[in-house]
Structures are given as C-alpha cells and as structure tokens.
Design a protein around this ligand. Structure first.
Ligand code: MN
Length: 241
C-alpha cells in the first residue's frame, strides 16, 4: 500500500518547470501507488471551473489520465477553494471535505489543507468564513471571468502593499487546535500543508497518547519540491527531484 500526499505546489501558467515536474511525477507514480491525495494550494489560483487556458487543459488531461488507474482525492486550499465539481468530474478526481479522516495501517489520520489549524490568525479566519462561504462562491461565479481576474489582481496587490506587522507565529499552526480536532476524530496522525514549514513533528499533549503532525513540503518557498509517501507502515518526506 503506497499513498502520496502533496500540497502547496502553487501551479499556474507562470510555473512551466514545476508543472512539467508534476507531470513527470504522475508518470512515475502511475501503476506504482494506490492513491494520491492533493491537499490544497495545488493551483496558485482557481477562479472557477469555467476558466479555460492551455495550462488548465493540459492539467485536466494529465489528471484524467492518471485517475483512470489510480484514485485521486482533492481538497482545496486558500488559493484554490473555488475548484468545483465540474473540474473534478472532468478529471475523475474525488473532492473531499476539510478534516477528512482515513485509516493508514491502523493510524486514524486527519487530513486538512492546514489553514484551519492557524487559529491565532483571527483576521484570516474571519476572511475565510466570508470568502469560502458557499453563497459567496456561488455569487462570485456569477461574475464575468474578466471581473474575477480583476478582483484577484487587486487582492494580490493589496496583500503585497499592506504591511500588517503581525509576528510570524500568527501564521503558524496551533498545536492545541490540532489536538482538539484530532481528539474529536480519534486521530493520532495529522497530515496538512499551508504554512510552507515542512517536517515531521511530535505533539506532546495530555489528551492523546501520541500525536504526529506531518507537514507536506511546498513547492513555492522550497523550489526543489517534495511530497509525503506512506509506504504501508510509515510516512516519509521525499524530494520531488
Ligand atoms: Mn495555503
């Protein structure tokens, strides 16, 4: 049993080399792994399943080809939460909710993009509740695509020019929050991305005997890329190239 977990590739038409690296990995994995979990910020932005360009068409072709032999599960992140059923159906991939659990060799494993665990970033959590509300997503998708691109550009400019002065720890995952979510589900393993601080960490706590947090390597701040591999027993970090 081999399962791969990836996230935070931040792929777009502007990242041709990373896109090719991902396609090469799909070719390598095909027929050798049992499932692929994509846990968000796979795309650097997703403005709706009606957006068409050569990059999206090629990705669709690659994913559909891979998913013909291997199960692919997808959970959006803060950059691609708007990815919807239409795209999933075309690629034959399965959308999963946040805080989804799977059983890995007896270890109940909690899957999330990871932003849910950044509970100290109150401003972000407020914005997420509004932006990722199904009503907001429905309304945004009614806007012409050119307007959605304008809104995206304005949001990007704003985030680049507004100094927020928040200390770094605000953007980190909060162990207490992870313990609470894990306790609710009985999980002893947690897999996520989002903060671009990959690694394997043990969370000491009094509630759960042992909790291990696996953070997936991103492909943005760590340009060499990487992913998590479950080999049937344990999980390790593997370099993408
Ligand atoms: Mn993210």
């Amino acid at each position: 049993m081999k399962i791969i977990f990836i996230s935070d590739l931040h792929l777009s038409p502007d990242t041709p080399e990373k896109n090719q690296l991902f396609y090469a990995l799909l070719a390598k994995w095909q027929g050798t792994i049992d499932a692929l979990y994509i846990l968000g910020d796979f795309f650097d932005y997703w403005l709706g399943d009606d957006d068409r360009n050569p990059f999206i068409s090629e990705m669709e072709r690659q994913l559909a080809n891979f998913a013909a032999t291997t199960r692919v599960y997808f959970r959006g992140g803060n950059h691609d939460f708007a990815l919807g059923k239409k795209f999933a159906k075309k690629c034959n991939i399965t959308l999963i909710p946040d805080l989804y659990t799977i059983n890995l060799n007896g270890n109940i494993t909690l899957l999330s993009h990871g932003d849910t665990f950044c509970t100290l970033d109150i401003g972000y959590q407020k914005m997420k509740r509004i932006l990722q509300n199904p009503v907001t997503i429905f309304l945004l998708k009614l806007l012409p695509l050119t307007w959605r691109y304008k809104i995206k550009e304005q949001l990007e400019q704003k985030s680049h020019t507004t100094p927020n002065g928040k200390p770094d720890y605000i953007y980190c995952v909060v162990n207490e929050a992870i313990v609470d979510f894990a306790e609710d589900t009985g999980a002893t393993w947690v897999i996520h991305g989002h903060t671009h601080r990959p690694g394997i960490f043990t969370i000491a706590n009094s509630k759960i005997r042992q909790l291990t947090r696996f953070e997936i390597p991103d492909w943005q701040d760590n340009p060499a890329g990487g992913y998590l591999l479950f080999d049937g027993e344990k999980i390790e970090i593997v370099a993408a190239q």
